[in-house]
Design a protein around this ligand. Structure first.
Ligand code: NAD
Length: 497
């Protein structure tokens, strides 16, 4: 018998064992634990706890809220090994990669430590005779986050540190595939001094999500996950009067120009394509080679590196790539390789038959490289989310840009070139939210904001950074007059200067 993970509500673990679901270690295929999938009533009790905690938390000075975040940051660092182990044994990614995602999450916590500064508002004296005016950033109330499996530490931390620092209370619905890390985080927030009810975790599936989407007490929803679900969340949440930001899937292209430093580009592309087994929304999944010479040279450099990837259990520190998250997902990714082959793509490296000794039941798939991929192929049109890199050959930069523009996703993109003019023209033209020049994973740092364009984001504001503060606050503008002398007469024209 394994343990069944419950929920974190009002500062304590709450059981709800009606619907336990297995959580598997992807490296071994063994069930590690079970997680309780919350009922509607359990989610409602979490919302009630968050609602009850809101008035006192809103009234807590931002500096005191920030102090909790300072303590939390120190605890995250102290317990990094425990968190990383939970991530690696439930998600499958290798140890250093899990540590990297935790660090990027911590950077958002550091940003949230600036709450007093971030919430300063704007003030103008003398906007009229004896009249002063200012804007304040007020918290919304109970807000919720719904997160994907691929970053169980970082993506929740894109949301709740800023939401909480701004004075909101939070209900997190993490992925049911790797729920261990968010429960550790909840425990550490309590140890950091966060009052009970300010942060709650409900583990669950559609039932939990739909409760959050429709409950009147929830003011705003942040979602990160696949595009069909993001669109559903945006439509349903906004139809219920909520503020929603819903970040979806991706297909990220790397354009390689003839003047690029190919050794640098090869190494950059290897990490960005096969890191985390390709299960990153910013993973490079398509290389657009400008000219056959570039394509052939790149393939020559990439092939031996893909063939010699060290693939194994993420807990083994020498592994460069771990397994995919589940058998179902591994088989889906294999299906995309099958379909690309059937559609006429050239299999340069085929990872389908990989076996990892001692881990025969793990969900492993070898690194795969496909050449001569065309835009009409299903493997090009859809997000694969696996260790599969596809090469599309074009003749010019204009053709490369047209290809990227035609794709439905607009999360990330990058260009490898030595020419400043080419880079600038590319950055100016592409309809993509995050653009890298010789940087394969242009994930914005914590004090900028993260978000894609087109069908990679539904909503207006990006996530974390300055947009995060705007998303989790509403503006109140005050205008005050303290007349030294009473008004001489009534004024019927519209007040103006
Ligand atoms: P997913 O959409 O399957 O699940 C995301 C969340 O939605 C989970 O909490 C899940 O429980 C919930 N969910 C799933 N089906 C639902 C349904 N029918 N109704 C209501 N809720 C539902 O995504 P995933 O497989 O966990 O994560 C991978 C996806 O996330 C990829 O598409 C990836 O590109 C995307 N992603 C995007 C970003 C970004 O910033 N744009 C970041 C990370 C991941």
């Amino acid at each position: 018998m394994t343990t069944t993970l419950g929920h974190w509500i009002n500062g304590t673990i709450v059981a709800d064992n009606n619907r336990p679901a297995p959580v598997t270690n992807p490296a071994t295929g063994a069930v590690k634990l079970h997680v309780a999938l919350a009922s509607k009533a359990t989610v409602e009790s979490a919302i009630a706890a968050a609602e009850a905690a809101f008035p006192a938390w809103r009234a807590t000075p931002p500096l005191k809220r920030a102090r909790v975040m300072f303590n939390f940051k120190a605890l995250l660092e102290k317990h990094a090994d425990r968190i990383v182990e939970a991530i690696t044994t439930e998600h499958g990614k290798v140890w250093d990669d899990a540590l990297g995602e935790l660090q990027r999450g911590i950077e958002v916590v550091e940003y949230a430590c600036g709450a007093p500064e971030l919430l300063k508002g704007e003030h103008n004296r003398d906007v009229g005779p004896e009249i002063d005016s200012w804007s304040e950033m007020r918290p919304l109330g109970v807000v919720a986050g719904i997160t994907p499996f691929n970053f169980p530490a970082m993506v929740p931390m894109w949301m709740f540190p800023i939401a909480i620092a701004c004075g909101n209370t939070f209900v997190l619905k993490p992925s049911e595939k790797d729920p261990g890390c968010p429960m550790i985080v909840a425990e550490l927030l309590k140890e950091a001094g966060l009052p009970d009810g300010v942060f709650n975790v409900v583990n669950g599936d559609k039932e939990a999500v739909d409760t959050l989407l429709t409950d009147k007490r929830v003011q705003a929803i942040s979602f990160v996950g696949s595009t069909p679900i993001a669109e559903y969340i945006y439509r349903t949440g906004t139809a219920h009067g909520k503020r929603v930001q819903a970040l979806g899937g991706a297909k990220n292209h790397a354009v390689v120009m003839p003047d690029a430093d190919l050794d640098n580009a090869t190494n950059a592309i290897m990490g960005a394509a096969y890191g985390s087994c390709g299960e990153r929304c910013m993973a490079i999944s398509v290389v657009v080679a400008v000219g056959d010479e570039v394509a052939d040279a790149l393939i020559g450099k990439l092939t031996p590196k893909v063939q010699s990837l060290k693939i194994g259990n993420g807990m083994d520190r020498s592994s460069e790539m771990g397994p995919l998250v589940s058998k179902v997902h591994r088989d889906k990714v294999k299906g995309y390789i099958d379909s690309a082959e059937k559609d006429g793509a050239k299999l340069v490296v085929d990872g389908r038959s990989l076996k990892v000794a001692g881990h025969e039941n793990g969900f492993f798939l070898g690194g795969t490289l496909l050449d001569n991929v065309r835009p009409d192929m299903v493997s090009y049109k859809e997000e694969i989310f696996g260790p599969v890199l596809q090469i599309v050959r074009v003749k010019t930069l204009e053709e490369a840009i047209a290809l990227i523009e035609a794709h439905e996703y607009g999360n990330g993109v990058c260009i490898f070139t030595r020419d400043g003019g080419t880079a600038r023209a590319f950055c100016d033209t592409v309809s993509i939210g995050m653009v890298g020049v010789n940087v394969p994973l242009p994930v914005p740092v914590a004090y900028h904001s993260f978000g894609g364009w087109k069908r990679s984001l539904f909503g207006d504001l990006h996530i974390y950074g300055p947009d995060g503060v705007r998303f989790y606050t509403r503006r109140k503008t005050l205008t005050q007059r303290w007349p030294m002398q009473p008004l001489a007469k009534a004024q019927f024209s519209f007040p103006s200067n």
